[in-house]
Design a protein around this ligand. Structure first.
Ligand code: ATP
Length: 257
């Protein structure tokens, strides 16, 4: 069977001046998988994701999104590809002066010519999908709890029914109970909507419960890539520090030993 690759990065190197971030990275994201992108602070996770959607260009190598080489297409074609992606930024990043309704409606008004009544129905549908009641629609972001903010931001990221979802530390700032509920919700949505996702995370529970694959970024390269169970047994020192510690052992148990 030929795997359908949503993202393909080939021999990607990234430098900012003399500062080397990535060196010869080859990484694919298969349709339907939830790939956890894991690495230390400053290891280049965000930059890698920005390159996947053409917001940054690598210094060498190339990136394909939905089978199209990003270095070979123009602005309009790139915008069309980006519209097939949803992004959940770290911390939610809702527009603070807009209500939840207006935040979720924004991509629908911006990118699609849709009747106002249909927009209203779609917004309420998205809110239901992420587990928010209609009473939340009129609230401002400042009036939401951390968990509700994440859910509202997820509703906005899902507004255009993306094939590919980028989640930047989706559980950061949530207490363990809210984090677990959010991950559980993402799992159910993934079953229902069958999107592909790339998740930047440091959360071992999320890696264990949500990710179908992990890619570990260290020493400017992808040093491990595979199922969470495969990656947990990788001998690279960064991987071992992460998975063999007390918390890693508790979450991954026998997998990492
Ligand atoms: N536009 C830029 N100009 C110069 N340096 C940059 C730029 N963008 C990123 N960097 C540098 O590249 C490195 C990787 O940054 P990046 O944000 O991708 O890391 P990260 O793994 O996402 O970090 P964190 O987990 O802390 O968010 C950092 O040293 C950062 O300072």
């Amino acid at each position: 069977m030929i795997l359908d690759h949503v993202v393909e990065m080939e021999h990607v190197s990234t430098r900012f001046g003399r500062h080397v971030v990535h060196e010869d990275i080859t990484l694919t994201v298969a349709r339907g998988e939830i790939l956890g992108l894991v690495g230390g602070s400053g290891s280049g996770k965000t930059t890698l994701v920005r390159e996947m959607i053409g917001l940054d260009q690598p210094s060498a190598g190339h990136v394909s999104l939905f089978g199209e080489r990003l270095d070979r297409i123009g602005g309009e074609a790139l915008a069309a590809l980006r519209n097939r992606c949803g992004v959940l930024f770290q911390g939610g990043a809702l527009f603070s002066a807009f209500t939840v309704f207006e935040n979720v409606a924004f991509p629908l008004q911006e990118y699609r010519a849709i009747e106002p009544t249909l927009i209203r129905d779609l917004v309420y549908m998205k809110l239901t999908q992420v587990g928010l009641g209609p009473e939340v629609a009129a609230r401002l972001p400042a009036e939401l709890s951390g968990g509700m903010t994440k859910r509202a931001a997820l509703a906005r990221a899902l507004a255009l029914e993306p094939e590919l979802l980028f989640l930047d530390e989706p559980t950061s700032g949530l207490d363990p109970v809210a984090a677990q509920a959010f991950v559980h919700h993402l799992q159910n949505l993934h079953k229902e909507l069958k999107f592909t996702a790339v998740v930047i995370t440091h959360d071992l529970d999320l890696m264990h419960d949500l990710c179908t694959a992990l890619a570990i970024l260290a020493d400017h390269r992808i040093v491990a890539r595979g199922t969470p169970a495969e990656v947990a047994t990788n001998p690279h020192p960064f991987v071992q520090a992460m998975f063999s510690g007390e918390r890693g052992q508790r979450v991954f148990g026998a997998m990492a030993s």
